[in-house]
Design a protein around this ligand. Sequence first.
Ligand code: CP3
Length: 377
Amino acid sequence: MPLDSAIHPALPTDHPLTTRDASRSTAESPLVTAYRGGTPSRTPVWFMRQAGRSLPEYRAVREGIGMLESCLKPELAAEITLQPVRRHDVDAAIFFSDIVIPLKLAGVDVDIVPGVGPVLGSAVRTAEDVAALPQLTDEALEPIREAVRLTVAELGSTPLIGFAGAPFTVAAYMVEGRPSRDHLGPRTMMHSDPEAWGALAAWAADAAGRFLRAQIEAGASAGQLFDSWAGSLSVADYVRHVQPHSARALGHVRDLARAHGVPLVHFGTGTSELLPAMRDAGASVMGVDYRLPLGEAHRRLAAAPGPDGRGAVPLQGNIDPALLAAPWDVLEAHVREVVEAGREAPGHVVNLGHGVPPTTDPDVLTRVVELVHSLRP
Ligand code: CP3
């Protein structure tokens, strides 16, 4: 068990999941209820990248401020996190930050280049490069905790979802030094230098775990691990070289999840073949991208129980982001299908099968939320 969790074994009594103050409690919220496999009072919905360029109010407050800089200004990060909740009446806020923020806070030379994505000053490719990485300290995470505290103070009984990038996705950026399509660098490294790969993935796991734990301790009611690029891996490589590290990242918050029922979601894209293996990394909910109907995702999980005996789990997903730009009747039929398919799973939180495209008309998102809320849970 990581040292951090030995020091803080439980959430404070004023945490939104544990508080007795009904105006601040998220324990009975539709999101947390559905994540836990119960029947929510309404069908919960939120969108990955709901805070972002689709919103004019986001573009206004980001004017002249770099992406990572804006994540590290607690008032601004809280404001951006709250914008889509005010506008769309979604059932959760997703913390405005980025998967490379833990690297930045550890002291790694990284930036997000507009239109490109995360770019590192120098790539991390050898055992020496990995050994030279600075460690992420708890003190460095203070701007994150402050932004979370400011956010939950405004959210009332709407839960905040914290998140982190999974070790493979984060390490893929570190090995390539920039975004890539096929992730050849990390996939070669795990075979040609498995020890250096293991050390890098463990570093990324610990950074992600600390980042996620800081958010949950400061007030987030759930956590999501994003393994956006895991879909480029074979099942064998995933199980051998990645899953143990994702389990290690989630291990940083395992005690909180057990003691307080903090829901943990695991999401990837192109991961239809990896769903059972990803579930076995230890999250309680699986995010499904738009490629696989939820009923089929449910059957695949149910048919392949893991070593802990868990098969089917609550699902999150999976409206195709492309259909946000389709005529309303086409989108409406698709949303109804997604909600219907989700009924097969032991719980369902409606989401997109990947992030909101920046070109999305925000009024369409508001309308999707209204439609989902009109359908019986
Ligand atoms: O609502 C939310 O989801 C907001 C929080 C959030 C962001 N990034 C904000 C962001 C989250 C959860 C992420 C995670 C993230 N970051 C992932 C995993 C999820 C996914 O999309 O697959 C990944 C792969 C990254 C890395 C990253 N950060 C990329 C590829 C980019 C896009 C670069 C570009 O300009 O095209 C970013 C930047 C980023 N992260 C933006 C936002 C809102 C856009 C920056 C801007 O508005 O200028």
